[in-house]
Design a protein around this ligand. Structure first.
Ligand code: AMP
Ligand code: ZN
Length: 484
Protein backbone atom coordinates (compact mmCIF):
# COMPACT_ATOMS: atom_id res chain seq x y z
CA UNK A 1 0.00 0.00 0.00
CA UNK A 2 1.23 3.49 -0.84
CA UNK A 3 2.87 5.30 2.05
CA UNK A 4 1.34 8.75 2.39
CA UNK A 5 3.51 11.38 4.05
CA UNK A 6 1.73 14.48 5.33
CA UNK A 7 3.08 17.57 7.04
CA UNK A 8 1.47 17.77 10.46
CA UNK A 9 1.25 21.36 11.68
CA UNK A 10 1.11 20.12 15.25
CA UNK A 11 4.39 18.15 15.17
CA UNK A 12 5.92 20.49 12.58
CA UNK A 13 7.16 17.62 10.46
CA UNK A 14 6.15 15.31 7.70
CA UNK A 15 4.91 12.02 9.01
CA UNK A 16 3.53 8.79 7.65
CA UNK A 17 -0.24 8.61 7.67
CA UNK A 18 -1.27 5.67 9.81
CA UNK A 19 -5.06 5.63 9.76
CA UNK A 20 -6.79 4.67 13.00
CA UNK A 21 -8.97 2.41 10.87
CA UNK A 22 -7.84 1.84 7.27
CA UNK A 23 -11.37 0.65 6.50
CA UNK A 24 -12.64 4.12 7.44
CA UNK A 25 -10.12 6.93 7.04
CA UNK A 26 -11.70 10.05 8.50
CA UNK A 27 -11.10 13.69 7.57
CA UNK A 28 -12.76 16.90 8.73
CA UNK A 29 -12.23 20.22 6.95
CA UNK A 30 -13.61 23.53 8.20
CA UNK A 31 -16.12 24.75 5.66
CA UNK A 32 -17.45 28.17 4.75
CA UNK A 33 -19.57 30.61 6.69
CA UNK A 34 -22.45 30.92 4.30
CA UNK A 35 -23.21 34.61 3.98
CA UNK A 36 -21.71 35.39 0.58
CA UNK A 37 -20.13 33.97 -2.55
CA UNK A 38 -16.83 32.13 -2.07
CA UNK A 39 -13.81 34.14 -3.13
CA UNK A 40 -10.82 32.58 -4.82
CA UNK A 41 -8.97 32.24 -1.49
CA UNK A 42 -11.83 30.16 -0.11
CA UNK A 43 -11.47 27.84 -3.09
CA UNK A 44 -7.88 26.97 -2.23
CA UNK A 45 -8.62 24.65 0.73
CA UNK A 46 -11.50 23.12 -1.22
CA UNK A 47 -9.25 22.13 -4.11
CA UNK A 48 -6.28 21.13 -1.93
CA UNK A 49 -8.32 18.85 0.32
CA UNK A 50 -10.18 17.52 -2.69
CA UNK A 51 -6.86 16.25 -4.02
CA UNK A 52 -6.14 14.64 -0.66
CA UNK A 53 -9.61 13.09 -0.63
CA UNK A 54 -9.04 11.68 -4.10
CA UNK A 55 -5.63 10.31 -3.09
CA UNK A 56 -7.08 8.67 0.03
CA UNK A 57 -9.89 7.14 -2.02
CA UNK A 58 -7.34 5.82 -4.47
CA UNK A 59 -5.12 4.28 -1.79
CA UNK A 60 -7.74 3.02 0.69
CA UNK A 61 -10.74 2.57 -1.63
CA UNK A 62 -13.56 4.97 -2.37
CA UNK A 63 -15.82 3.37 0.25
CA UNK A 64 -13.21 3.58 2.97
CA UNK A 65 -12.83 7.32 3.34
CA UNK A 66 -15.20 9.62 5.23
CA UNK A 67 -14.84 13.28 4.37
CA UNK A 68 -16.83 15.82 6.38
CA UNK A 69 -16.92 19.52 5.59
CA UNK A 70 -19.37 21.71 7.46
CA UNK A 71 -21.47 24.71 6.61
CA UNK A 72 -21.39 27.40 9.29
CA UNK A 73 -24.97 28.64 8.91
CA UNK A 74 -25.26 30.39 12.25
CA UNK A 75 -22.89 33.32 12.58
CA UNK A 76 -23.00 37.02 13.24
CA UNK A 77 -21.86 37.81 9.69
CA UNK A 78 -24.92 36.00 8.33
CA UNK A 79 -27.16 37.86 10.77
CA UNK A 80 -25.62 41.16 9.69
CA UNK A 81 -26.20 40.37 5.99
CA UNK A 82 -29.86 39.51 6.65
CA UNK A 83 -30.32 42.55 8.88
CA UNK A 84 -28.98 44.79 6.11
CA UNK A 85 -31.63 43.38 3.79
CA UNK A 86 -34.33 44.02 6.35
CA UNK A 87 -33.14 47.56 6.92
CA UNK A 88 -33.21 48.08 3.16
CA UNK A 89 -36.96 47.58 3.39
CA UNK A 90 -37.57 43.84 3.08
CA UNK A 91 -40.73 43.27 5.17
CA UNK A 92 -40.11 39.58 5.95
CA UNK A 93 -39.05 38.38 9.42
CA UNK A 94 -35.31 38.20 10.05
CA UNK A 95 -35.44 34.43 10.48
CA UNK A 96 -36.79 34.00 6.98
CA UNK A 97 -34.21 36.38 5.52
CA UNK A 98 -31.44 34.44 7.23
CA UNK A 99 -32.70 31.11 5.96
CA UNK A 100 -33.01 32.50 2.46
CA UNK A 101 -29.48 33.89 2.61
CA UNK A 102 -27.89 30.65 3.84
CA UNK A 103 -29.82 28.45 1.38
CA UNK A 104 -28.89 30.72 -1.48
CA UNK A 105 -25.22 30.80 -0.46
CA UNK A 106 -25.01 27.03 -0.07
CA UNK A 107 -26.46 26.67 -3.57
CA UNK A 108 -23.84 29.07 -4.96
CA UNK A 109 -21.07 27.29 -3.09
CA UNK A 110 -22.05 23.93 -4.52
CA UNK A 111 -22.30 25.26 -8.05
CA UNK A 112 -18.96 27.10 -7.83
CA UNK A 113 -16.99 24.27 -6.21
CA UNK A 114 -18.52 21.70 -8.57
CA UNK A 115 -17.22 23.85 -11.41
CA UNK A 116 -13.71 23.51 -9.95
CA UNK A 117 -14.02 19.74 -10.20
CA UNK A 118 -14.15 19.28 -6.41
CA UNK A 119 -15.99 16.17 -5.28
CA UNK A 120 -18.67 16.87 -2.72
CA UNK A 121 -17.65 15.56 0.69
CA UNK A 122 -19.60 12.52 1.84
CA UNK A 123 -21.16 14.61 4.59
CA UNK A 124 -21.83 18.34 4.69
CA UNK A 125 -23.40 19.01 8.09
CA UNK A 126 -25.00 22.37 8.80
CA UNK A 127 -24.35 23.85 12.22
CA UNK A 128 -28.05 24.58 12.79
CA UNK A 129 -28.76 20.84 12.59
CA UNK A 130 -26.41 20.10 15.49
CA UNK A 131 -27.43 22.66 18.11
CA UNK A 132 -28.52 19.89 20.52
CA UNK A 133 -25.10 18.24 20.28
CA UNK A 134 -23.42 21.61 20.94
CA UNK A 135 -25.52 22.26 24.02
CA UNK A 136 -24.74 18.75 25.34
CA UNK A 137 -21.01 19.31 24.79
CA UNK A 138 -21.11 22.68 26.55
CA UNK A 139 -22.97 21.16 29.52
CA UNK A 140 -20.32 18.46 29.71
CA UNK A 141 -17.52 21.05 29.66
CA UNK A 142 -19.19 22.95 32.50
CA UNK A 143 -19.60 19.73 34.50
CA UNK A 144 -15.90 18.96 34.04
CA UNK A 145 -14.83 22.41 35.19
CA UNK A 146 -13.61 23.59 31.78
CA UNK A 147 -16.37 26.12 31.20
CA UNK A 148 -18.61 28.50 33.17
CA UNK A 149 -21.83 30.37 32.61
CA UNK A 150 -22.02 34.13 33.18
CA UNK A 151 -24.70 36.61 32.20
CA UNK A 152 -26.33 34.40 29.58
CA UNK A 153 -22.93 33.51 28.10
CA UNK A 154 -20.91 30.35 28.52
CA UNK A 155 -17.14 30.69 28.33
CA UNK A 156 -14.35 28.18 27.96
CA UNK A 157 -11.82 28.42 30.79
CA UNK A 158 -8.61 28.47 28.78
CA UNK A 159 -6.31 28.13 31.82
CA UNK A 160 -7.99 24.80 32.61
CA UNK A 161 -6.42 23.16 29.57
CA UNK A 162 -2.67 22.89 29.97
CA UNK A 163 -1.91 22.16 26.30
CA UNK A 164 -3.64 25.30 25.06
CA UNK A 165 -1.39 26.87 22.44
CA UNK A 166 0.43 23.65 21.47
CA UNK A 167 -0.83 23.70 17.88
CA UNK A 168 0.46 27.17 17.14
CA UNK A 169 3.45 26.79 19.48
CA UNK A 170 2.65 29.80 21.62
CA UNK A 171 2.06 30.20 25.32
CA UNK A 172 -1.22 31.61 26.59
CA UNK A 173 0.55 34.74 27.81
CA UNK A 174 2.15 35.35 24.40
CA UNK A 175 -1.23 34.91 22.81
CA UNK A 176 -2.88 37.41 25.10
CA UNK A 177 -0.18 39.90 24.23
CA UNK A 178 -0.55 39.32 20.48
CA UNK A 179 -4.26 38.76 20.02
CA UNK A 180 -7.15 41.11 19.96
CA UNK A 181 -9.03 39.43 22.76
CA UNK A 182 -12.33 40.80 23.81
CA UNK A 183 -12.27 41.95 27.41
CA UNK A 184 -15.70 41.50 28.96
CA UNK A 185 -16.60 42.04 32.61
CA UNK A 186 -18.06 38.55 32.91
CA UNK A 187 -14.86 36.81 31.75
CA UNK A 188 -12.61 35.23 34.40
CA UNK A 189 -9.65 35.64 32.06
CA UNK A 190 -9.29 37.72 28.88
CA UNK A 191 -8.34 34.59 26.87
CA UNK A 192 -11.56 32.74 27.71
CA UNK A 193 -13.67 32.36 24.61
CA UNK A 194 -17.39 32.10 23.97
CA UNK A 195 -19.14 28.75 23.69
CA UNK A 196 -22.65 30.17 23.89
CA UNK A 197 -24.06 33.68 23.75
CA UNK A 198 -27.50 35.19 24.34
CA UNK A 199 -29.74 36.15 21.41
CA UNK A 200 -31.89 39.24 21.77
CA UNK A 201 -34.90 40.28 19.78
CA UNK A 202 -35.36 38.47 16.53
CA UNK A 203 -31.77 37.18 16.24
CA UNK A 204 -31.67 33.41 15.72
CA UNK A 205 -31.73 31.59 19.04
CA UNK A 206 -32.37 28.24 20.63
CA UNK A 207 -33.56 27.44 24.14
CA UNK A 208 -30.76 26.29 26.41
CA UNK A 209 -30.00 25.93 30.13
CA UNK A 210 -28.47 29.45 29.87
CA UNK A 211 -31.48 31.05 28.22
CA UNK A 212 -32.29 31.67 24.59
CA UNK A 213 -29.07 31.95 22.65
CA UNK A 214 -26.77 30.68 19.92
CA UNK A 215 -23.44 28.84 19.78
CA UNK A 216 -20.02 30.37 19.26
CA UNK A 217 -18.24 29.42 16.05
CA UNK A 218 -15.56 27.13 17.52
CA UNK A 219 -17.93 24.75 19.32
CA UNK A 220 -19.74 24.10 16.06
CA UNK A 221 -16.80 22.20 14.54
CA UNK A 222 -16.02 20.34 17.78
CA UNK A 223 -19.60 19.09 18.08
CA UNK A 224 -20.08 18.18 14.43
CA UNK A 225 -16.77 16.36 14.10
CA UNK A 226 -17.50 14.38 17.27
CA UNK A 227 -20.98 13.43 16.11
CA UNK A 228 -19.86 12.34 12.66
CA UNK A 229 -16.30 11.08 13.18
CA UNK A 230 -16.00 10.24 16.88
CA UNK A 231 -13.54 11.37 19.57
CA UNK A 232 -10.46 10.49 17.45
CA UNK A 233 -10.05 10.81 13.72
CA UNK A 234 -7.23 11.02 11.21
CA UNK A 235 -6.99 14.41 9.54
CA UNK A 236 -8.26 17.89 10.30
CA UNK A 237 -7.79 20.56 7.67
CA UNK A 238 -8.38 24.23 6.93
CA UNK A 239 -6.54 27.39 6.00
CA UNK A 240 -3.55 28.53 8.07
CA UNK A 241 -5.56 31.58 9.14
CA UNK A 242 -7.72 29.19 11.19
CA UNK A 243 -4.80 27.73 13.16
CA UNK A 244 -5.26 30.33 15.87
CA UNK A 245 -7.66 30.82 17.48
CA UNK A 246 -10.20 28.58 15.74
CA UNK A 247 -8.29 25.30 15.70
CA UNK A 248 -6.59 25.91 19.03
CA UNK A 249 -10.07 26.38 20.50
CA UNK A 250 -11.47 23.32 18.75
CA UNK A 251 -8.68 21.23 20.28
CA UNK A 252 -9.27 22.63 23.76
CA UNK A 253 -13.02 21.96 23.61
CA UNK A 254 -12.80 18.50 22.06
CA UNK A 255 -9.92 17.19 24.17
CA UNK A 256 -11.50 18.44 27.41
CA UNK A 257 -14.97 17.12 26.58
CA UNK A 258 -13.63 13.80 25.26
CA UNK A 259 -10.39 12.97 27.04
CA UNK A 260 -10.85 9.38 25.86
CA UNK A 261 -9.93 10.51 22.33
CA UNK A 262 -7.08 12.41 20.68
CA UNK A 263 -9.32 14.53 18.46
CA UNK A 264 -7.40 14.91 15.18
CA UNK A 265 -4.10 13.10 14.67
CA UNK A 266 -2.82 15.12 11.74
CA UNK A 267 -3.45 18.85 11.34
CA UNK A 268 -3.07 20.22 7.83
CA UNK A 269 -3.18 23.87 6.85
CA UNK A 270 -3.08 25.44 3.42
CA UNK A 271 -1.25 28.72 3.01
CA UNK A 272 -3.02 31.81 1.81
CA UNK A 273 -3.87 33.07 -1.61
CA UNK A 274 -2.46 36.59 -1.71
CA UNK A 275 -3.19 39.79 -3.56
CA UNK A 276 -0.19 42.10 -3.66
CA UNK A 277 1.28 40.45 -0.62
CA UNK A 278 -1.90 40.50 1.48
CA UNK A 279 -4.30 37.67 2.22
CA UNK A 280 -7.31 37.77 -0.08
CA UNK A 281 -10.23 38.39 2.22
CA UNK A 282 -13.70 39.76 2.32
CA UNK A 283 -12.83 42.20 5.07
CA UNK A 284 -9.87 43.74 3.21
CA UNK A 285 -12.05 44.07 0.13
CA UNK A 286 -9.21 42.78 -2.10
CA UNK A 287 -11.11 39.79 -3.40
CA UNK A 288 -12.81 38.42 -6.47
CA UNK A 289 -15.14 35.50 -6.41
CA UNK A 290 -14.87 32.16 -8.14
CA UNK A 291 -18.08 33.11 -9.95
CA UNK A 292 -16.47 36.34 -11.24
CA UNK A 293 -13.75 34.25 -12.87
CA UNK A 294 -16.17 31.68 -14.29
CA UNK A 295 -18.30 34.49 -15.69
CA UNK A 296 -15.23 36.01 -17.30
CA UNK A 297 -14.83 32.73 -19.18
CA UNK A 298 -12.01 31.19 -17.15
CA UNK A 299 -12.98 27.51 -17.01
CA UNK A 300 -13.20 25.91 -13.56
CA UNK A 301 -10.59 23.38 -14.56
CA UNK A 302 -8.13 26.17 -15.32
CA UNK A 303 -8.75 27.71 -11.88
CA UNK A 304 -8.15 24.31 -10.32
CA UNK A 305 -4.92 23.87 -12.29
CA UNK A 306 -3.58 27.26 -11.25
CA UNK A 307 -4.36 26.56 -7.59
CA UNK A 308 -2.51 23.24 -7.79
CA UNK A 309 0.55 24.66 -9.55
CA UNK A 310 1.77 25.90 -6.17
CA UNK A 311 2.39 23.63 -3.20
CA UNK A 312 -0.37 24.07 -0.65
CA UNK A 313 2.03 25.13 2.10
CA UNK A 314 3.32 28.09 0.10
CA UNK A 315 1.59 31.42 -0.30
CA UNK A 316 0.54 32.11 -3.88
CA UNK A 317 -0.72 34.81 -6.19
CA UNK A 318 -3.19 34.58 -9.03
CA UNK A 319 -1.61 35.87 -12.23
CA UNK A 320 -2.62 36.08 -15.87
CA UNK A 321 0.54 34.20 -16.85
CA UNK A 322 -0.43 31.24 -14.73
CA UNK A 323 -3.87 31.20 -16.30
CA UNK A 324 -2.36 31.10 -19.78
CA UNK A 325 0.00 28.31 -18.79
CA UNK A 326 -2.87 26.30 -17.34
CA UNK A 327 -5.11 26.83 -20.37
CA UNK A 328 -2.30 25.89 -22.64
CA UNK A 329 -1.36 22.69 -20.85
CA UNK A 330 -4.94 21.53 -20.38
CA UNK A 331 -5.68 22.16 -24.03
CA UNK A 332 -2.73 19.99 -24.94
CA UNK A 333 -3.86 17.22 -22.62
CA UNK A 334 -7.34 17.38 -24.08
CA UNK A 335 -6.01 17.19 -27.58
CA UNK A 336 -3.80 14.21 -26.83
CA UNK A 337 -6.63 12.31 -25.19
CA UNK A 338 -9.51 13.43 -27.40
CA UNK A 339 -10.43 10.08 -28.83
CA UNK A 340 -10.00 7.99 -25.71
CA UNK A 341 -12.51 6.72 -23.20
CA UNK A 342 -11.50 7.09 -19.55
CA UNK A 343 -10.98 3.88 -17.59
CA UNK A 344 -13.20 3.24 -14.56
CA UNK A 345 -12.14 5.20 -11.44
CA UNK A 346 -11.12 2.07 -9.56
CA UNK A 347 -9.55 0.19 -12.44
CA UNK A 348 -6.82 2.02 -14.26
CA UNK A 349 -3.06 2.04 -14.47
CA UNK A 350 -2.01 4.58 -11.87
CA UNK A 351 1.33 6.08 -12.74
CA UNK A 352 3.74 5.51 -9.85
CA UNK A 353 5.48 8.85 -10.37
CA UNK A 354 2.19 10.75 -10.11
CA UNK A 355 1.09 8.84 -7.02
CA UNK A 356 4.49 9.26 -5.38
CA UNK A 357 4.38 12.99 -5.92
CA UNK A 358 0.92 13.26 -4.36
CA UNK A 359 1.84 10.93 -1.51
CA UNK A 360 4.75 13.21 -0.67
CA UNK A 361 2.69 15.79 1.22
CA UNK A 362 0.57 16.56 -1.84
CA UNK A 363 3.29 17.74 -4.19
CA UNK A 364 0.76 18.74 -6.82
CA UNK A 365 3.23 20.79 -8.81
CA UNK A 366 5.41 17.72 -9.31
CA UNK A 367 2.37 15.55 -10.00
CA UNK A 368 1.34 17.92 -12.80
CA UNK A 369 4.79 17.79 -14.35
CA UNK A 370 4.70 13.98 -14.14
CA UNK A 371 1.34 14.00 -15.88
CA UNK A 372 2.81 16.17 -18.57
CA UNK A 373 5.55 13.64 -19.09
CA UNK A 374 2.88 11.04 -19.95
CA UNK A 375 2.00 12.68 -23.24
CA UNK A 376 3.31 9.70 -25.22
CA UNK A 377 0.96 7.42 -23.25
CA UNK A 378 -2.37 9.20 -23.72
CA UNK A 379 -4.55 6.64 -21.94
CA UNK A 380 -2.35 6.91 -18.88
CA UNK A 381 -2.37 10.68 -19.15
CA UNK A 382 -6.17 10.74 -19.28
CA UNK A 383 -6.70 8.34 -16.36
CA UNK A 384 -4.07 9.92 -14.12
CA UNK A 385 -5.19 13.45 -14.95
CA UNK A 386 -8.69 12.44 -13.88
CA UNK A 387 -7.27 11.16 -10.61
CA UNK A 388 -6.25 14.78 -9.93
CA UNK A 389 -9.66 16.02 -10.98
CA UNK A 390 -8.71 17.18 -14.48
CA UNK A 391 -10.19 16.19 -17.86
CA UNK A 392 -13.60 15.46 -16.41
CA UNK A 393 -16.36 14.50 -18.83
CA UNK A 394 -17.69 17.99 -18.38
CA UNK A 395 -14.44 19.70 -19.33
CA UNK A 396 -13.83 17.42 -22.31
CA UNK A 397 -17.32 17.86 -23.68
CA UNK A 398 -17.73 20.55 -26.27
CA UNK A 399 -14.08 21.52 -26.14
CA UNK A 400 -13.17 18.94 -28.73
CA UNK A 401 -15.21 20.25 -31.62
CA UNK A 402 -12.07 21.22 -33.44
CA UNK A 403 -9.87 18.50 -32.12
CA UNK A 404 -7.25 18.86 -34.74
CA UNK A 405 -3.91 19.22 -33.06
CA UNK A 406 -1.57 22.06 -33.49
CA UNK A 407 1.78 20.43 -34.08
CA UNK A 408 4.51 21.72 -31.86
CA UNK A 409 8.06 20.65 -31.26
CA UNK A 410 8.91 17.89 -28.82
CA UNK A 411 9.78 19.99 -25.80
CA UNK A 412 10.05 18.17 -22.55
CA UNK A 413 9.58 21.30 -20.48
CA UNK A 414 7.23 21.28 -17.57
CA UNK A 415 4.79 23.33 -19.56
CA UNK A 416 4.68 24.42 -23.13
CA UNK A 417 5.41 28.01 -23.93
CA UNK A 418 2.59 30.43 -23.25
CA UNK A 419 2.45 31.35 -26.90
CA UNK A 420 0.86 28.16 -28.07
CA UNK A 421 -2.45 29.00 -26.49
CA UNK A 422 -2.65 31.72 -29.11
CA UNK A 423 -2.24 29.14 -31.81
CA UNK A 424 -5.19 27.21 -30.46
CA UNK A 425 -7.29 30.33 -30.55
CA UNK A 426 -6.19 31.06 -34.11
CA UNK A 427 -6.97 27.52 -35.17
CA UNK A 428 -10.46 27.74 -33.70
CA UNK A 429 -11.03 31.08 -35.36
CA UNK A 430 -9.86 29.73 -38.70
CA UNK A 431 -12.19 26.73 -38.40
CA UNK A 432 -15.11 29.05 -37.63
CA UNK A 433 -14.31 31.35 -40.52
CA UNK A 434 -13.99 28.41 -42.86
CA UNK A 435 -17.31 26.97 -41.71
CA UNK A 436 -19.14 30.19 -42.46
CA UNK A 437 -17.25 30.69 -45.73
CA UNK A 438 -18.50 27.29 -46.86
CA UNK A 439 -22.01 28.72 -46.64
CA UNK A 440 -21.42 32.21 -48.01
CA UNK A 441 -18.82 31.07 -50.54
CA UNK A 442 -16.83 34.14 -49.56
CA UNK A 443 -13.35 33.09 -48.50
CA UNK A 444 -11.90 36.56 -48.09
CA UNK A 445 -11.63 36.42 -44.26
CA UNK A 446 -10.23 32.90 -44.36
CA UNK A 447 -7.54 33.86 -46.79
CA UNK A 448 -6.73 36.99 -44.82
CA UNK A 449 -6.18 35.11 -41.56
CA UNK A 450 -4.24 32.45 -43.40
CA UNK A 451 -1.92 35.08 -44.85
CA UNK A 452 -1.40 36.65 -41.45
CA UNK A 453 -0.54 33.29 -39.91
CA UNK A 454 1.91 32.53 -42.67
CA UNK A 455 3.41 35.95 -42.07
CA UNK A 456 3.96 34.96 -38.44
CA UNK A 457 5.89 31.86 -39.51
CA UNK A 458 3.07 29.35 -39.16
CA UNK A 459 2.39 26.72 -41.79
CA UNK A 460 -1.35 26.37 -42.37
CA UNK A 461 -2.64 22.97 -43.41
CA UNK A 462 -6.28 22.85 -44.34
CA UNK A 463 -7.97 19.63 -45.30
CA UNK A 464 -11.39 18.01 -45.06
CA UNK A 465 -10.35 16.58 -41.71
CA UNK A 466 -9.73 20.00 -40.22
CA UNK A 467 -7.20 22.71 -39.75
CA UNK A 468 -3.69 22.16 -38.53
CA UNK A 469 -1.27 24.91 -37.62
CA UNK A 470 2.41 24.09 -37.59
CA UNK A 471 4.71 26.74 -36.20
CA UNK A 472 7.94 26.77 -38.18
CA UNK A 473 11.46 27.75 -37.20
CA UNK A 474 10.71 31.42 -37.88
CA UNK A 475 7.55 31.40 -35.74
CA UNK A 476 7.06 34.86 -34.25
CA UNK A 477 4.32 34.78 -31.58
CA UNK A 478 4.42 38.57 -31.18
CA UNK A 479 2.79 38.86 -34.61
CA UNK A 480 -0.02 36.58 -33.48
CA UNK A 481 -0.67 38.68 -30.43
CA UNK A 482 -1.44 41.58 -32.71
CA UNK A 483 -4.17 39.41 -34.24
CA UNK A 484 -5.91 38.68 -30.96
P1 AMP B 1 -14.14 31.42 6.00
O1 AMP B 1 -15.50 31.30 5.35
O2 AMP B 1 -13.57 32.79 6.02
O3 AMP B 1 -14.09 30.74 7.36
O4 AMP B 1 -13.12 30.60 5.10
C1 AMP B 1 -13.37 29.31 4.59
C2 AMP B 1 -12.05 28.64 4.28
O5 AMP B 1 -11.27 29.41 3.37
C3 AMP B 1 -11.14 28.44 5.51
O6 AMP B 1 -10.53 27.17 5.44
C4 AMP B 1 -10.10 29.54 5.37
O7 AMP B 1 -8.89 29.21 5.99
C5 AMP B 1 -9.94 29.60 3.87
N1 AMP B 1 -9.41 30.88 3.37
C6 AMP B 1 -9.91 32.12 3.61
N2 AMP B 1 -9.17 33.07 2.97
C7 AMP B 1 -8.19 32.41 2.31
C8 AMP B 1 -7.10 32.84 1.44
N3 AMP B 1 -6.90 34.10 1.11
N4 AMP B 1 -6.28 31.88 0.95
C9 AMP B 1 -6.49 30.57 1.23
N5 AMP B 1 -7.48 30.11 2.03
C10 AMP B 1 -8.33 31.01 2.58
ZN1 ZN C 1 -13.65 24.54 12.19
Amino acid sequence: MTDIQLYNTRTRQKQRLEPLDPANVRMYVCGPTVYDRAHLGNARPVVVFDVLYRLLRHVYGADHVTYVRNFTDVDDKINAAALARKQAGDPRPLEELIRERTEETIGWYHADMDALGALRPGQEPRATEFIGAMIAMIEDLIAKGHAYAAEGHVLFRVRSYKDYGALSGRSVDDMIAGARVEVAPFKEDPMDFVLWKPSDGDLPGWDSPWGRGRPGWHIECSAMSYELLGPSFDIHGGGIDLQFPHHENEIAQSCCAHPEGDFAKVWMHNEMLLVEGKKMSKSLGNFFTVRDLLDQGVPGEVIRFVLLMTHYRKPMDWTADKVRLAENTLERWRTFTANLEPSPENDFEADPSVIEALADDLNTHLAISKLNALKSEPQKLLDNARLLGFLSDESRRGKMVHAIPVSVGGEDDLFWGNDYILLYKMRDRLVELRNSAMETKDFFEVDRLKALLIGAGVEVRMSKAGVELVPGAGFDPARLEALE
